[in-house]
Design a protein around this ligand. Structure first.
Ligand code: C2E
Ligand code: MG
Ligand code: MG
Ligand code: MG
Length: 279
């Protein structure tokens, strides 16, 4: 049985309709997609996922103030596959729910382990897919994970992209629930969506992360400056993503942007303990 057939068989078992629509156009890209979507359903039992962490810095105090957990998938045959490529597939076939819970659980266990070793652990930011947020069990699974691990909700923050904030009513009620259980909310890739300005003063948002496309493009400096000013006025924390050069650091400091994350400071790493301070 060749690989292609195997992928079809597997997919057909679990997803008749989807496969039926796709068989007609079996390009090699579609083919690869079948395999990946199918393999995604087994990544957890196969132990192929891991997390790396990227530090976030306070540029004034020269101090790490947080870190972002970023998922990595090491596929048995294909090696590392970027989350940019597999998260959309996981969203499409629903496996993002299990994967997202795995990320939350792993982060909570990791925080506990670091604390047990006596480290001071800054807030860990976790990326949450809009598909997870739209799942009616999201808040309950969060609560379950906190109960199960004993990890404090205040130890983590949730990075949510703007795309989900289109339905303002639903978003409002969800964000209020999250705020009530003391989880900080950060708007990821800020500036790339449509609704940025509209909801900023309406939702209980703790932080915005200016998208790296703005930070890395000099012609966007005026926009970056406006976002920082606005966030500062609204008392929302603002963090610059994708900071790679000392020039960018200098500009951000000039415009009173205090927090930053990017290769200039550190790439995402797996050995975080060397950056943590003991209590
Ligand atoms: P994001 O949440 O905006 O994460 C920032 C991405 O920018 C990361 O890519 C990070 O490695 C990269 N980055 C950080 N500093 C720099 C820099 O100075 N220059 C450049 N060019 N890039 C930088 P990564 O790890 O490949 O993740 C890509 C995206 O995948 C994330 O974007 C996020 O949307 C998604 N993702 C990652 N982990 C998870 C996860 O656990 N759950 C979900 N739902 N999505 C995730
Ligand atoms: Mg993020
Ligand atoms: Mg709050
Ligand atoms: Mg981002």
């Amino acid at each position: 049985i060749n690989k292609g057939l195997k992928a079809l068989v597997y997919a057909k078992k679990s997803d008749n309709l989807y496969i039926a629509g796709k068989v007609a156009s079996d390009t090699s890209q579609d083919h690869n997609r079948f395999i990946l979507e199918n393999d995604l359903r087994k990544v957890i039992e196969r132990n192929e996922l891991s997390l790396v962490y990227q530090p976030q810095y306070d540029m004034n105090r020269n101090e790490m103030i947080g870190m972002e957990a970023l998922i990595r998938w090491k596929h048995a045959e294909k090696g590392f596959i970027s989350p940019v490529d597999f998260i959309p597939l996981a969203e499409e076939n629903g496996s993002i729910i299990a994967i997202g819970n795995w990320v939350l659980l792993t982060v909570c266990n990791q925080i506990n382990e670091w604390k047990a070793k006596g480290f001071l652990v800054p807030t860990v930011a976790v990326n949450i897919s809009p598909v997870q947020l739209q799942n009616e069990n999201f808040v309950q699974s969060l609560l379950d994970i906190f109960t199960l691990t004993g990890c404090e909700p205040t130890s983590i923050s949730l990075e949510i992209t703007e795309s989900m904030t289109l339905d303002i009513e639903k978003t409002m009620s969800l964000f209020k629930q999250l705020n009530d259980i003391n989880i900080n909310i950060s708007v990821d890739d800020f500036g790339t969506g449509y609704s940025s300005l509209y909801y900023l003063d309406q939702l209980p948002i703790d932080q915005v992360k200016i998208d790296k496309s703005f930070i890395q493009n000099k012609s966007k400096q005026a926009i970056v400056k406006s976002i920082v000013e606005m966030a500062n006025n609204l008392q929302i924390e603002v963090i610059a993503e994708g900071v790679e050069t000392s020039e960018q650091v200098q500009f951000l400091q000039e415009i009173n942007c205090t927090y930053a994350q990017g290769y200039y400071f550190s790439k995402p790493i797996s050995d975080v303990e060397k950056l943590l301070r003991l209590k």
